[in-house]
Design a binder for this molecule. Structure first.
Ligand code: BES
Ligand code: MN
Ligand code: MN
Length: 462
């Protein structure tokens, strides 16, 4: 292990240069115009895997974006760790809010990252975190210190719902056979407060379109007598939450797992500074479901949020128009034991039920995903715990997170394998936002911690 750690130290500068190269490729999975960049990124990841010493490296086509696979199988007697990550990124919009180009990585210090952070789309989510695994593997491999078999599956459709990964996993059960899945695509509480993610929320992502008259109308000639789809849509959306910020869709909470007082008390022990939270977001007060703390609202409670809303005239100046159509994209974050199909159906039914006769309403489901909880009494959790304790000098705190990685539930269902969520990002990394960044501290801490995970995991499975 000493050799592995000094190898990492000796090659730090190159590791960073290589990551910057990956960050320059605009692998925006949502945007068909970037298809070629997405594919090029898959090939670059494959090359990095090969250069690090992986065998059987392939870029596997899917009906969507390709999956990168690679492996190093050293002995059938040893356990196998499957590393999952994604090389695709979110669109960078709004571009004018970036202080430097989203695909032109710049390193500069911030108050939370005095040693510097890499500013670029995908630096934290997830190229930077995924790349730590390739470099940790290189360090173990170069020093003959790989203690387990390792497989890599790096996908290019995570940010658009991993639509083709389920079929791939079902068709390639043998290829993907493993004892545990290791993922770095989540965050820690702070750089001096390590944590391990033990829960993720599920997701139902919907789009609602309300249509009124067959064309845009003069808002004076017709206004007052014809339903305005924007007014109606806003009213409908507003009615989806009551005065306690509880979601009003009938049956929505039916399957929500209720945590014991002891469990809730334990999770509220995690360090959380309410004033710092408000200051960082420039808000005077937090908001949410009555009876729950902020930590609970972003982990064990489901949500409903409008992600985008449009319709009518939004150009310069004024145009008096009563629009024909209005639309909104709405996400619902789900918790155990809610099921995305059921929530999608309940949402659709309810929206149709509350729509007045004066408009037509269309509801479309985008992607869904199931929530996940990972146990803390497994060899893999213990190995991750010990690894973080070793490199941070502090035991990590188990923490449920609000984001979603739908494939975690899917891996369990299709492959029957649990995941370890050992991420190294910070909530303040601005993932999906302008000026996304990833601390150099976090990047190097991740590379240093991963080999300990492998060492402890192999020892615990022996
Ligand atoms: N890495 C994130 C998920 C995440 C972020 C989990 C922070 C925990 C903490 C992932 O790339 C992501 O953004 N997932 C999407 C879901 C997907 C179906 C588009 C999300 O959560 O919105
Ligand atoms: Mn991610
Ligand atoms: Mn993401």
């Amino acid at each position: 292990m000493e050799k592995v750690q000094s190898y990492i130290n000796d090659h730090k500068a190159r590791f960073l240069e290589e990551l910057l190269e990956l960050l320059r490729l605009p692998s925006i999975s949502a945007d068909p115009a970037h298809q070629a960049s997405v594919t090029a990124t898959a090939h670059r990841v494959a090359d990095f895997l090969r250069e690090a010493g992986a065998d059987a490296v392939e870029v596997i086509a899917t009906p969507g974006h390709p999956i990168v696979y690679g492996e190093k199988l050293i002995s059938p007697e040893l356990p196998t760790v499957l590393v999952y990550g994604h090389y695709d990124v979110q669109p960078p919009d709004p571009l004018d809010l970036w202080e430097s180009g989203p695909f032109d990585p710049v390193i500069k210090p911030t108050p939370l990252h005095p040693d510097g952070a890499i500013f670029a789309r995908g630096s934290s989510d997830d190229k930077g975190q995924m790349f730590m695994h390739i470099k940790a593997f290189e360090a173990m491999q170069a020093n003959g210190a790989l203690p387990c078999n390792i497989k890599f599956m790096i996908e290019g459709e995570e940010e658009v719902g991993s639509d083709h990964l389920g079929d791939f996993c079902a068709a390639e059960r043998d290829k993907l056979a493993c004892d545990v899945i290791l993922i770095s695509d989540t965050s820690i509480i702070a750089n001096d407060v390590p944590s391990l993610t033990v829960g993720l929320r599920g997701l139902s992502y919907m789009e609602v379109t309300v249509t009124g008259p067959n064309r845009d109308l003069h808002s004076g000639v017709y206004g007052g007598a014809v339903a305005n789809p924007i007014n109606i849509l806003c009213k409908m959306i507003a009615s989806l939450q009551d005065e306690h910020n509880r979601i009003t869709i009938p049956g929505f909470y039916e399957d929500v797992a209720v945590l014991s007082d002891a469990e809730r008390e334990a999770m509220n022990q995690a360090p959380f500074d309410a004033a710092e939270y408000r200051n960082a977001l420039d808000i005077a007060a937090v908001h949410g479901e009555t009876g729950y703390t902020t930590l609970e609202r972003v982990s064990i409670r489901p949500t409903l949020d409008v992600n985008g809303i449009w319709g009518g005239y939004t150009g310069e100046g004024a145009k008096t128009v009563l629009p024909s159509k209005a639309s909104a994209k709405i996400s619902m974050r789900l918790v155990p034991n809610q099921q995305s199909d059921k929530i999608t159906a309940l949402f659709t039914e309810h929206i149709k039920a509350i729509a007045p006769a004066s408009v037509k309403v269309e509801v479309r489901a985008h992607h869904g995903g199931e929530p996940a909880v990972t146990p803390t009494d497994t060899p893999e959790y213990l190995a991750a715990h010990k690894a973080m304790e070793k490199t941070f000098g502090k035991a990590p705190i188990p923490k449920r997170e609000g984001g979603s990685i739908p494939i975690v539930a899917l891996f369990e269902e299709v492959l029957g394998v649990k995941s370890v969520l050992m991420g190294f990002g910070l909530d303040s990394d601005a993932i999906h936002s302008p000026n996304e960044h990833y601390g150099l501290f976090n990047f190097y801490k991740g590379i240093a911690t991963i080999p300990y995970f492998f060492e402890y995991y192999a020892a615990l499975k022996r």
